[in-house]
Write a protein of this length. Structure first.
Length: 357
């Protein structure tokens, strides 16, 4: 379990030992733990004899670099340390991003003035300030500001937890409430919700309230209360096709159309799924481990794990034919030569009728 959220437990241990860096960069897709880390810092500073006068929360979309540096250079009042948290800083992302009317954009976009001001501080940060940048955007590790934080402070990549870690946390949460999962309820919940702890927290709260004290969470409860995502539906369709359950696959398409999902989006997602199947089938056959495949394809290990399980239903040759057929359907639908549903229906019925290639 430790390895599934090692970056977070290490941060909590350093906080407990009161070992703090002068600068942090929190980034990565696991927003729930990122916010928890920020909240832990705020709580720590309040308990450390400080007050809200020594805690400055800054909106990176509207504040200037000068504002941020000025706050970081301000000395604490009646305590030894000061906390400055900048949410959504725009200068760690590779592509240019800033909110409308953002003064930060004017300081950083097209010039080095704002970056130079920030870099000057980052290379010699005030020891009495803990400056935290918290971003939900992808960061460019080649940028000088990123390298500067890594040199004088600490960068923390809040990756999604592994499936085993998510299962551990959810079982722990349910046990604490005096409830339990029955059958494949936990597996179904993770399949529907994905690896986001924020989404899982919302859904598990809903399920616990429905089950009541000492209750049991069943697969039917998950199906009834937790909405499936488009990605979840696509996984189910490809699974159904792989097992030659054509009626189930077509029903999944019809459900998505009834839910007003755009046909071209459905087609694009199915095509993407089979592209990943083809790539993972190839890399697995060449002996690549799952985590290396995830890095190569820039896909979460959880997704790679699920698709790897689907690969057993297809051969490499059949996946190539399927992918080529989907590209032909895409062109035919976009040019008006075919309607979406009849084209996909014919495609699925043909796949289900074919033996494994």
């Amino acid at each position: 379990m430790a390895n599934t959220m090692e970056y977070y437990t290490e941060f909590l241990k350093s906080l407990k030992r009161q070992v703090l860096y002068p600068v942090y960069l929190f980034y990565g897709p696991e927003g729930y733990l990122r916010e928890q880390a920020v909240n832990r810092l705020i709580k720590f500073f309040r308990q450390d004899g400080g007050s809200d006068f020594n805690i400055d929360l800054i909106d990176g979309d509207t504040a200037t670099v000068g504002d941020m540096v000025a706050s970081a250079e301000t000395l604490p009042l009646f305590t030894q340390r000061r906390l400055v948290v900048v949410k959504n800083p725009p200068f760690f992302k590779g592509s240019k991003r800033a909110g409308k009317g953002s003064t930060v954009a004017n300081e950083n976009k097209g010039s080095n003035r704002g970056e130079k001001v920030l870099l000057k501080y980052l290379m010699d940060p005030l020891s009495s300030t803990v400056l935290v940048f918290n971003t939900n955007e992808p960061v460019d590790k080649r940028k000088r500001v990123f390298k500067a934080v890594r040199q004088t402070g600490k960068t923390v990549d809040f990756t999604y937890l592994r499936r085993s870690g998510l299962e551990f946390l959810l079982n722990q949460r349910v046990d604490k409430a005096g409830c339990r999962f029955a059958g494949r309820a936990l597996e179904k919940l993770l399949d529907r919700t994905g690896p986001s702890l924020q989404k899982l927290d919302t859904e598990i709260e809903k399920l616990l309230n429905y089950a009541g004290p000492g209750g049991v969470i069943t697969p039917d409860d998950v199906h009834r209360l937790c909405p499936s995502s488009l990605q979840d539906n696509i996984f189910a369709i490809v699974d159904a096709v792989g097992h030659r359950h054509c009626g189930e696959a077509l029903s999944g398409i019809q459900d998505m159309l009834a839910a007003k999902e755009p046909p071209l989006r459905i087609l694009a997602m199915i095509t993407r799924q089979f592209r990943l199947l083809l790539q993972i089938h190839d890399l697995t056959g060449r002996g690549w481990p799952p985590r290396e495949i995830a890095k190569r394809l820039k896909t979460h290990p959880y997704v790679v794990q699920k698709i790897t399980a689907q690969c057993k239903n297809y051969s490499g040759e059949s996946l190539i034919r399927i992918f080529q057929s989907l590209l032909e359907i895409d062109v035919a639908v976009k040019t008006g030569r075919q309607e979406f549903y009849p084209a996909v229906e014919h495609f699925i019925l043909k796949l289900c009728a074919d033996s494994r290639g």
